[in-house]
Ligand binder design. Structure first.
Ligand SMILES: NC(=O)c1ccc[n+]([C@@H]2O[C@H](COP(=O)([O-])OP(=O)(O)OC[C@H]3O[C@@H](n4cnc5c(N)ncnc54)[C@H](O)[C@@H]3O)[C@@H](O)[C@H]2O)c1
Length: 306
């Protein structure tokens, strides 16, 4: 009989800590470019005007797990008093093929997406940065702030910008040397000439065709990074400068490569660096596996015999 561990959002939030998830996600990025880990094609379906879902899946060979995450976004749910985002991660043993855990995907997504931005800032941001700006104040924002503060020890000021107030956003952008954007915008929220030399940006929001948070011109002369070049070229922030002819996909460095090769990092203190995070299954599997291993050690979760 197969025994599966079920983990709720609150159990996952207690089991995980951000520094450990940051390291797990960094390891998964490295494993992706070294190839023991594999991503399978993403499935995305628009279910209605305000409803969509995606499935991300793959194998995290070093941890002997494979699996998938299905996330459904139902934009009308707020009116029903329900969360807009729902989903599950299904984790399987790659030794036996058995399902080992089913995890609530919402808190897990916050942790692994926050961790992605932190991996990039730890590698690319100027270590002396004192001001962090987060554009967007939705579900991802608290996790982004938590994760950035884990890797930017000199940050003493966190600014939150209303993405729809261009004047205030401009002033905040000019004051900040690390910027996170986390909105579903389809129009640039940050203009190229607002961004100061030496700034690092994490573009988190664009994970679907048509989304855009940054002026495509910002990529001119900037150093660009992403989690998966083919996926990001289609659905990430870099889809826009690629369509506009500002950059080519070959100019974008996969973050796993830059983690393994220090020469691929920030060239100088005045460079503008941009990490386009689109979200890959290996982040989900890494975070889910960490939660599952800790749950087993601590006797947390509900055991179900299938
Ligand atoms: N890269 C990844 O791995 C990853 C992971 C999770 C979420 N996301 C994406 O990040 C974005 C934010 O996710 P969330 O869960 O925080 O969403 P959310 O709905 O909780 O919050 C969205 C925020 O953006 C603002 N906003 C909404 N529509 C806007 C628009 N048209 N223009 C400007 N601002 C707008 C809202 O006021 C709010 O502050 C989404 O696009 C989501 O798909 C990416």
């Amino acid at each position: 009989m197969t025994q599966v561990t079920m983990l709720s959002a609150s159990q996952i939030s207690h089991l995980l800590d951000m520094p450990a998830v940051i390291d797990a996600v960094a390891d998964a990025y490295k494993e992706k470019v070294n190839h023991p880990a594999t991503l399978w094609p993403m499935v995305y379906e628009q279910l209605g005007g305000e409803e969509d879902m995606d499935i991300r899946s793959g194998v995290l060979a070093s941890k002997h797990v494979f699996g998938s995450k299905l996330l459904a976004w139902f934009g009308e749910n707020a009116k029903r008093g329900l969360p807009e985002l729902n989903g599950l991660v299904n984790l399987y043993s790659s030794d036996t093929g058995e399902p080992v855990a089913v995890l609530n995907a919402t808190a897990l997504t916050g942790f692994r997406t926050g961790a992605a931005g932190a991996v990039a800032s730890r590698l690319l941001a100027n270590p002396d940065a004192t001001t962090l700006l987060v554009v967007g104040t939705g579900s991802q924002a608290p996790y982004q702030i938590m994760a950035q503060l884990c890797v930017l020890p000199k940050v003493t000021q966190v600014l939150l910008a209303n993405p729809r107030d261009a004047k205030k956003a401009q002033a905040a952008v000019q004051r900040s040397r690390v910027i996170v954007t986390a909105t579903p915008s389809t129009k640039p929220l940050i203009q190229a000439d607002w961004v100061q030399p030496g700034t690092h940006l994490n573009a988190i929001g664009a994970d679907m065709e048509g989304k855009q948070e940054l002026d495509a011109k910002l990529f001119q002369g900037a150093q660009a990074y992403t989690d998966d070049v083919p996926q990001a070229s289609e659905v990430g922030e870099i889809q826009n400068p690629i369509k506009a002819g500002v950059i080519k996909p070959e100019q974008v460095v996969e973050i796993g490569n830059s983690l393994l090769d220090p020469t691929l990092g920030r060239h100088d203190a005045n460079a503008i660096t941009i990490f386009d995070s689109t979200g890959i299954a290996l982040q989900d599997l890494a975070a889910a596996n960490l939660a599952f291993v800790r749950a087993k050690e601590q006797g947390v979760g509900t055991q179900v015999d299938l």
